[in-house]
Ligand binder design. Structure first.
Ligand code: ZN
Length: 260
């Protein structure tokens, strides 16, 4: 069953797209209708690091119509261990520029907007006005909290992912729907904004977390399957321990109560 996420217009697939996306179209849950729906979607991807790398590739390869990339970072040598978008020759260049270049090579028809700024409270958020989904692939608490607020204010679903050491987390916040838990309901008590930045990260973990975020992105946009909506998937890759914890809305939450 499709969700409430609306079809904006009746998009048709070209013969070339029918061939290109054949393996999606063969899936009953996607089919031609679902693939055409993806072509109408605008996804905002914030963070082009370890999680953002597989996300960027899958968004470009799978037929999303428009993507906005947000990141203010410059590529450095320590990124290459896990940020598979980048090569040695890219060190010193802007992540948004290289990400756009690599994605556009994969899919020339995709519309790709770039914002090479760190999101701040006074940033221009107009790119979120027509977004169908926001993906948080950042690595600090402060930015995550801000993205949650933007998602609530614009009533856009949010997919959050995190990776630290051997442990990962993924959750979908349906900030577009009434009475759903938001990021702040889950993490209000956490204040260590640099917890993720200063620790080691197992390279393959970021690939796993980013790929699951990509999977949830397509499932939410298409309204298929059991999704991680208000359910936190925790991953311990060292011990192959995968768990799902259900999350309820905190009725005292200051952030989502402000937006209802
Ligand atoms: Zn909340």
């Amino acid at each position: 069953m499709r969700t409430k996420i609306k079809i904006k217009k009746n998009t048709l697939l070209t013969d070339e797209e029918l061939l290109r996306f054949n393996k999606h179209i063969l899936l009953d849950d996607i089919n031609i209708e679902g693939q055409a729906l993806l072509k109408e979607k605008h996804v905002v991807l914030i963070g082009l690091g370890g999680l953002g790398s597989p996300l960027a590739y899958y968004l470009a390869s799978s037929g999303i119509g428009q993507v906005t990339l947000v990141d203010d970072d410059i590529i450095d040598t320590t990124n290459l261990q896990r940020q598979i978008l980048y090569s040695e020759e890219d060190v010193g260049k802007k992540k948004v520029d290289i990400a756009k270049f690599k994605m556009q090579k994969l899919c020339t028809d995709m519309k790709i907007n770039i914002i090479s700024e760190r999101l701040e409270r006074n940033s221009d958020f107009s790119c979120f006005n027509d977004a169908d989904l926001i993906i948080d692939a950042t690595d600090n608490f402060e930015t995550r909290s801000l993205i949650n607020r933007i998602s609530l204010e614009n009533r856009v679903p949010l997919i959050m992912g995190a990776a630290i050491k051997f442990s990962g987390q993924i959750i979908v916040f349906r900030n577009d729907l009434e009475d759903q838990p938001c990021y702040n309901c889950l993490y209000e008590s956490i204040s260590d904004s640099n917890a993720c930045v200063d620790s080691g990260v197992f390279a393959a973990l970021t690939g796993v977390v980013g790929s699951i975020q990509a999977s949830e992105c397509f499932k939410v946009l298409l309204g298929i399957g059991e999704r991680l909506e208000s359910r936190l998937l925790t991953i311990d890759l060292k011990n192959n321990d995968f768990r799902i914890i259900s999350l309820n809305r905190d009725k005292q939450c200051k952030v989502c109560n402000d937006n209802t």
